[in-house]
Design a protein around this ligand. Structure first.
Ligand code: ZN
Length: 230
């Protein structure tokens, strides 16, 4: 893991071509052997690529729409893999050196509008205040080989949860333990000490993940789903 920590700290500079030749070569050698760091490289590239469009809004839609369509057409996935992958991602993001969120706003509408613009589908930002969680910020990411949005919340005790969103299209209901609550199916998964709860609602596959146990996460997921029904 010491090797990964070194590499994770350099990935952002690598994408920006700011590393020396020897640093880049050392990083590439690690990347060729490490799937975790390769995943962070892909997510970092995609995030930077999408954010570039902020400065060229006229060019963004056609190119972005084409890419998102291609992404979704090619990649069918399952709720089980999604629940696993977001748990894996929570671990990766926790391992990254502190990076600013792509958006920090107290406004649900502003956060939803910002993230929706980049991912190409309507991102829903539930209000989790009555579950005790406040919004910390939002990020663009890359999950199950698709563009995803994630919103990070925290409670008063410092427990953080992240809500991932991908388009529901071609997400099959298999590969995970199903729990039915409030007439809705929730799917459980875990990886690297993180737990995930996935559910399908509106046009979105939601995935809530954190270090909390599954029963607590399920409670928060139910609160989020109920809030989005309103
Ligand atoms: Zn690594």
């Amino acid at each position: 893991m010491a090797l990964c920590k070194n590499s994770l700290e350099k990935i952002s500079a690598y994408v920006d071509r700011e590393l020396s030749r020897s640093e880049a070569e050392a990083l590439e050698a690690h990347l060729s052997a490490c799937g975790l760091c390769r995943k962070v490289l892909r997510a970092t590239r995609m995030e930077k690529d999408l954010l570039k469009h902020t400065y060229s809004p006229m060019k963004a839609p056609a190119r972005l729409a084409k890419r998102i369509k291609a992404d979704i057409r090619e990649k069918s996935t399952t709720v089980g893999f999604y629940a696993y992958d977001i748990s894996h991602d929570a671990y990766l993001i926790e391992s990254l050196p502190q990076r600013p969120f792509d958006i920090v706003s107290a406004s649900i509408q502003e956060t939803a509008a910002f993230l929706s613009k980049f991912v190409g589908f309507p991102v829903h930002v539930p209000d989790l205040a009555y579950a005790g969680f406040g919004m910390k910020g939002g990020r663009l990411w890359h999950t199950v080989a698709r563009i995803s949005a994630l919103i990070v919340y925290e409670d008063a005790s410092g427990n953080a949860v992240s809500l991932f969103e991908i388009k529901k299209e071609r997400v099959r209901r298999s590969g995970a333990t199903e729990v039915v609550a409030d007439n809705k199916s929730f799917y459980l998964g875990k990886a690297y000490g993180y737990n995930g709860v996935v559910w399908l609602q509106r046009d979105v596959a939601f995935g809530l993940v954190g270090g909390l146990p599954h029963d607590k996460l399920l409670e928060i997921a139910r609160a989020a789903a109920a809030n989005l029904e309103q």
